[in-house]
Design a protein around this ligand. Structure first.
Ligand SMILES: C[S@@+](CC[C@H](N)C(=O)[O-])C[C@H]1O[C@@H](n2cnc3c(N)ncnc32)[C@H](O)[C@@H]1O
Length: 262
């Protein structure tokens, strides 16, 4: 395994998990609160989510949307497909995926934060999305058999994973041959210095864990996935002073990409 994609030796991963959970507990419970990143419907529309899709899913899931890009045009989900959403948050992307795969498809959302899970499941049950299910768990070890899914989707999550190679290996394991990984995430143009990558607070803020883009793509390739498309998402805005400074210094940015299991 490449050391560039594994957890940083100086990073306290238990502390990181705790900080990420606290942050996204608040995102689920109080989406109107103060956050260092944008959330909600205006963000989703600016990133490219069709308003007609957003009109058909629970509004409270959109309020807590904390993704970083649109990738459904790359995923090309089809009627009847099985999809897993890694780090499903309050559920918005899983609901959008359900619109694409229809009543004969299946969508599983996985997230480690209890409050996100509770919210997504409550909204799912109330809106009657029978093809969607949510399960508490880690994206690094999803309790499903090899090759179960036609597509793996994820939005703004892998940057938070201490071991990105493991996250991509797990995505590849879950996909059938020819299945697609379609994601949006935060990466960097230049390698972040250790002083940044070793701070759990900066990871939870979606900056400290962002990987240099060539290394990120190398990890995808090493997992057995072939990159088809990658695009920058300049519509995604960094709003905190820390994040803006990271954009200037290291080229922190949002990308959407599609990769296929060989
Ligand atoms: C930036 S939010 C994005 C949520 C959702 N994809 C969206 O677009 O709104 C990141 C989510 O990933 C979850 N998460 C982070 N690391 C995880 C891991 N290793 N396993 C499972 N969930 C994780 C967090 O709990 C949080 O809900």
């Amino acid at each position: 395994m490449s050391t560039a994609t594994a957890a940083k030796p100086g990073l306290d991963t238990a502390d990181l998990e705790q900080k990420v959970k606290e942050m996204y507990r608040d995102v689920a419970r109080d989406p109107g609160g103060e956050f260092h990143f944008e959330m909600g419907r205006a963000l989703a529309e600016r990133l490219g989510y069709p308003p007609a899709d957003l009109d058909r899913i629970p509004a409270a899931a959109i309020d807590s949307f904390a993704g970083v890009g649109y990738y459904f045009h790359l995923a090309q989900l089809k009627e009847g497909e099985a999809v897993v959403d890694l780090g499903s948050g309050s559920g918005m992307d899983s609901f959008v995926a359900a619109l694409h795969v229809g009543a004969t498809g299946k969508v599983l959302g996985v997230d480690m934060t209890e409050e996100q899970l509770e919210k997504s499941e409550r909204l799912r049950a109330a809106a009657g999305f029978a093809s969607v299910s949510y399960q508490k768990g880690y994206i690094e070890r999803v309790p499903r058999a090899d090759g179960t899914f036609d597509a793996v989707i994820s939005n703004g999550v892998i940057n938070l994973a201490p071991d990105k190679q493991q996250a991509f290996n797990e995505a590849a394991r879950l996909l059938r041959r020819g299945g697609r990984l379609a994601i949006a995430d935060i990466v960097t143009e230049a390698q972040l210095p250790d002083g940044v990558t070793e701070k759990a607070d900066l990871w939870a803020a979606c900056i400290g864990g962002a990987m240099q883009v060539d290394q990120y793509l190398e990890a995808i390739k090493r997992a057995g996935l072939r990159l088809e498309t990658i695009q920058d998402n300049p519509q995604y805005r960094f709003i905190s002073d820390n994040a803006k400074s990271a954009v200037r210094k290291w080229g922190v940015k949002s990308v959407s990409l599609l990769a296929v299991k060989a």
